[in-house]
Design a protein around this ligand. Structure first.
Ligand SMILES: [Zn+2]
Length: 505
């Protein structure tokens, strides 16, 4: 079992972290208070455990005095607010904050790399971060920092650096003493909104085995593959104009999905491409009725938007969608309630400028959402105005690399041209070439990538979320949900196990 304990000031962080843990290890192993002698404990805020022995501990937020001593920490200067935000990105250029999290070689102990994560970064305006993570903010918030502190360098996994690369504070540390190990992140929610969450998973599922306790982690990558890839077009202003790109994906034997802003169907005629796509499994998703910011601003409006778009798509194609893509990827909590009320099973959303709780390192049930509704974050937008001059798809290769290193699915999106707007692409030919180069790169770089439609990706998230894990004897019993199209894989002790029916670990 993993017990999560948050102090009174960090109840919200506690709920967010609990939901994130459940997305990785399932609900059966996570308790929200210490009930006995849990071998793994995750603390948030000023929690002191005293002399009670724990085999593994993860701590998020400012260091309590006992950990301050253990890590040989000393005070660091407060961080200036101007280092936190990133300016809006200019066309064909990314922007980033002065402050960044920089990992050193010790991150390799947990399967990491010498990663660098700016506190904020954008590839388009001040809206999208194609590398996928959320923002570390300058506020007393779960998404802010704990307190600046410099730990003894031999324990440091990551430092906070300024624009010159100077070390200002520690951000993450790893300590092993005898049969106990500690992993610390200097933020109340830790890295739940970033690829760095992989370090927590590896700490839980393999670090120190067999001397230290480990738990199974349910992988986001289906058994037999090393990557899951999903390409999508959000049809905001046109559908049929996607025909050329659709045909180029067909030629590569890669599925392409369409999410439909259903006001486009108001004229009555159903585009042939939509009918064709609706014959492919999982290739059509809803994308609201009027494409409003934040699903219309309240729960009721979100429900109306979701229901109406499902009705229109069902009339047009004969199939009722059960998955949606959030307009602008904005997915506040009330929108999830509206989607659930309208009969949806999940949605894709999340961006660095949207509701931070929907920018999730792992897909699954968002904090506060009912069981059975799943969310997927994928904010990689392949647009002409995000290409770089010298190496056009460099950022996309980097985004893919982070997904590969953190065992995360790689989702990306584009938009069909409209009369008004071409999303920075010079021509359809340039666009098709960029998409093709990215797919060729993925096919070379991954050993066995699986390309799926957006609906198939969501189906797999639902299946994966229905996997049950419980403690049994000295180990675990893992059971798959029935009726699986793809098999789930489980990481345990540094190995991936195929889950066919049930598995004893
Ligand atoms: Zn849209």
């Amino acid at each position: 079992m993993i017990a999560v304990i948050a102090d009174k000031r960090h109840q919200q962080a506690g709920e967010l972290v609990t939901a994130a843990l459940i997305r990785s290890v399932g609900s059966g192993l996570v308790a929200t208070a210490a009930v006995g002698n849990e071998p793994i404990i995750l603390t948030i805020g000023d929690i002191q455990l005293g002399s009670r022995p724990r085999s593994k501990r993860v701590h998020f937020g400012a260091l309590p005095p006992e950990l301050w001593r253990l890590l040989g920490a000393c005070e660091a200067r407060p961080l200036e607010g101007r280092g936190f935000p990133a300016p809006p990105a200019e066309a064909n250029n990314a922007s980033e904050s002065h402050f960044a999290v920089r990992y050193g070689l010790p991150a390799l102990l947990l399967g990491g790399r010498e990663w660098r994560r700016p506190f904020a970064r954008y590839d388009f305006a001040d809206e999208w971060n194609n590398l996928g993570y959320g923002a570390i903010v300058d506020a007393a918030s779960p998404w802010g920092l704990g307190e600046p502190a410099l730990v003894a360098e031999q324990f440091e996994l990551a430092a906070i650096t300024d624009e010159r690369g100077q070390r200002l504070s520690s951000y993450a540390a790893l300590l092993q003493v005898g049969d106990e190990a500690l992993l610390w992140f200097n933020r109340p929610v830790g890295p739940i909104d970033s690829f760095e969450w992989r370090l927590v998973e590896n700490f839980l599922s393999s670090f120190g085995s067999p001397n230290l306790p480990i738990v199974p982690v349910i992988s986001e990558i289906p058994a037999g593959y090393d990557m899951l890839v999903c390409a999508r077009l959000d049809c905001d202003e046109d559908i049929e104009s996607a025909r050329a790109l659709w045909a180029s994906y067909d030629a590569m034997h890669v599925p392409l999905s369409l999410s439909i802003h259903t006001a486009l169907l108001d004229g009555g005629a159903v585009p042939a491409l939509l009918l064709e796509a609706s014959e492919r499994p999982g290739a059509v998703l809803a994308h609201s009725a009027t494409h409003p910011p934040n699903w219309g601003g309240n729960r009721r409006q979100a429900e109306v938007e979701a229901s109406r778009s499902a009705d229109v798509l069902e009339r047009a194609t004969g199939r009722r969608p059960t998955y949606a893509v959030s307009p602008f990827h904005q997915t506040p909590g009330y929108a999830i309630e509206g989607l659930v009320a309208a009969g949806f099973d999940g949605c894709i959303g999340g961006s660095i400028s949207g509701d931070p709780s929907f920018t999730m390192a792992r897909s699954g049930v968002p904090a506060g959402a009912p069981d059975g509704f799943v969310g997927v974050t994928g904010q990689c937008m392949l647009h002409g105005d995000c290409l770089l001059a010298n190496d056009p798809i460099l950022r996309y290769r980097q985004a893919f690399e982070l997904a590969l290193q953190s065992a995360s699915p790689f989702l990306y999106l584009d938009h069909p041209f409209s009369v008004r707007y071409r999303y920075g692409w010079a021509s359809e030919g340039q666009r098709i070439q960029a998409h093709r180069h990215l797919i060729e790169h993925i096919s070379r770089r991954a050993r066995r990538p699986l390309f799926v439609s957006a609906g198939q990706a969501m189906d797999f998230v639902l299946q994966r979320t229905a996997t049950t894990v419980r403690a049994k004897g000295g180990g675990y019993k893992v059971e798959a949900a029935s009726g699986l199209d793809l098999e789930v894989s489980v990481e345990y002790g540094g190995k991936r196990h195929r889950l066919a029916g049930s598995l004893d670990l």
